[in-house]
Ligand binder design. Structure first.
Ligand code: NAD
Length: 361
C-alpha cells in the first residue's frame, strides 16, 4: 500500500487536485494497485485554518508518505503578509525539510497541441525533453550573501558554490533517467568563466564511464538557451545547477506554449517525491471550473513513474490524456481560435471525467 499526501493549497489548487485524484483512484483500481490518500493543509489555506503555511502536522504527514501531490500556494489575499509568514514559505519549507534536491520538468508537445507553441510546427512537434534542475544548492542558498556598504556605496552579493557530493548526487539522478529514456545527457554550465562550473563539469565527466549507454555532452548555458529555442529536439535530458535550471526550465516550458499542461516532480534521495503542476494558483479563474487539470493529472503520471513504481499507471494516464486531446477536447486555456478545427471545450471537472472515461491499463 503506497501512501500519498494530498495538499490542494490555494486558488485552482482546490479544483485541480481533487479531480486529478479521481483519475489516480480510477487508474490504480484498474491496475489492481493499492493507494492510501491522506489530506493536509498548506499555504494560504493553512494560514487561514491553523495560522501557519506549513503546519507541523502537514510536515509529519509528508515524512510518512511515499509521495505528495501539491496544487499550488499563494494569492492576493495573503500578499500583504511579511515574507516569512507568506503561503510560499509552506512550499519552500516542504522542499527543504524533505531534501528535494532534483527538480524534473518534462517539456512534451503532443501533435494535438502543436499550434499552442509560439515556435514553428516542425521545431516543436513531438518534442520530448526533460530538464533536471539542482534545487537545494547553488547561488540561491550559498553563503556569504547580503548587502553591505563598501567604498561609500551599497553593494549586494551572493555566493555560487557547489560541493562534489552535491554535483555527484544530481548527476547520478540525471544519468539514471537518461538511461531510461533515449540515452542522451547534456550537462549545462559556464565552465569557460566560473570555477564552480569547472568542478561541476569534472565531477559529471568522472561519472560518465559508469553509465556506458549514456552519451554525455556539455554545453555553456548561453548556448543552451539559444539551442533550446533553435533546435530543442537535439536534447533528451538536460542537467544543470539551480539558477541556470530556473531559467532554462521556463524556456523549455514555453516551447509547449501551455502552462496548464506542464507537470513537475521534485525528488529526494530517500525516494519521496513532491509532484505539482508548474502553474500557480491562477486567482483570475479560481472557483469557476475553468482550470485545466491536465498539468496536475500528468504530475500524477510522474508520481506513478518515479515514486510509486506503477509504470503501467503512468502510461495509462499519459495515453488517456493524449486520446482526449486527439479527440478534440480542450479546456479553455488550450482551445485554438482556428475555427476550422473541431474542438469541444470542457470545464475542469468534465475534463478529468473525460480522461477517466478513456483510461485503459
Ligand atoms: P499562474 O500560473 O497562477 O497564472 C498565470 C496565468 O495562467 C493566469 O492567467 C492563469 O489563469 C493561467 N493559468 C495558470 N494555470 C492554469 C490552468 N491550470 N488552467 C488554465 N489557466 C491557467 O501565475 P501567476 O498569476 O503569476 O500567480 C498567481 C499566484 O500563484 C501568485 O500568488 C503566485 O505566487 C502563485 N504561484 C504559486 C506557484 C506554486 O505554488 N508552485 C507557482 C507560481 C505562482
Amino acid at each position: 500500500m503506497k501512501k500519498i499526501l494530498s495538499l490542494a493549497g490555494d486558488g485552482i489548487g482546490q479544483e485541480v487536485v481533487p479531480v486529478s485524484l479521481e483519475v489516480l483512484k480510477a487508474v490504480t483500481q484498474l491496475a489492481g494497485r493499492d493507494v492510501d490518500i491522506v489530506y493536509g493543509l498548506v499555504g494560504g489555506d493553512a494560514i487561514d485554518q491553523v495560522g501557519s503555511p506549513l503546519p507541523d502536522e502537514t510536515l509529519s504527514l509528508a515524512r510518512e508518505s511515499d509521495a505528495i501531490l501539491l496544487g499550488g500556494v499563494g494569492g492576493p489575499k495573503w500578499d500583504h503578509l511579511p515574507t516569512q509568514e507568506r503561503p510560499e514559505r509552506g512550499l519552500l519549507g516542504l522542499r527543504q525539510s524533505l531534501g528535494l534536491y532534483a527538480n524534473l520538468r518534462p517539456a512534451l508537445v503532443s501533435p494535438a497541441l502543436v499550434d499552442s507553441s509560439s515556435l514553428k510546427h516542425e521545431i516543436v512537434n513531438n518534442l520530448d525533453i526533460l530538464i533536471i534542475r539542482e534545487l537545494t544548492g547553488g547561488i540561491y542558498f550559498g553563503e556569504p550573501r547580503g548587502t553591505d556598504v563598501r567604498n561609500n556605496e551599497r553593494v549586494g552579493f551572493n555566493t555560487l558554490i557547489y560541493s562534489e557530493s552535491e554535483v555527484e548526487r544530481i548527476a547520478r539522478t540525471a544519468f539514471q533517467l537518461a538511461e531510461k529514456r533515449n540515452g542522451k545527457l547534456c550537462s549545462v554550465d559556464k565552465a569557460n568563466v566560473l570555477e564552480v562550473s569547472q568542478l561541476w563539469r569534472e565531477v559529471v565527466e568522472s561519472l560518465s564511464s559508469q553509465y556506458p549507454t549514456v552519451e554525455l555532452s556539455h554545453m555553456y548555458v548561453d548556448n543552451a538557451a539559444m539551442q533550446l529555442v533553435r533546435n530543442p529536439k537535439q536534447f533528451d535530458v538536460v542537467v544543470t545547477g539551480n539558477m541556470f535550471g530556473d531559467i532554462l526550465s521556463d524556456v523549455a516550458a514555453m516551447l509547449t506554449g501551455s502552462l496548464g499542461m506542464l507537470p513537475s516532480a521534485s525528488l529526494a534521495g530517500s525516494g519521496v517525491g513532491l509532484f505539482e503542476p508548474v502553474h500557480g494558483t491562477a486567482p483570475d479563474i479560481a472557483g469557476k471550473n475553468l482550470a485545466n487539470p491536465i498539468a496536475t493529472i500528468l504530475s500524477l503520471a510522474m508520481m506513478c513513474k518515479y515514486s510509486l513504481d506503477f509504470p503501467e499507471c503512468a502510461d495509462a494516464i499519459e495515453n488517456a490524456v493524449n486520446a482526449v486531446l486527439d479527440e478534440g477536447f480542450r479546456s479553455a486555456d488550450i482551445a485554438n481560435s482556428v475555427e476550422s478545427k473541431k474542438e469541444t471545450i470542457l470545464g475542469c471537472v468534465e475534463m478529468s471525467e473525460k480522461i477517466i472515461s478513456v483510461l485503459a491499463v
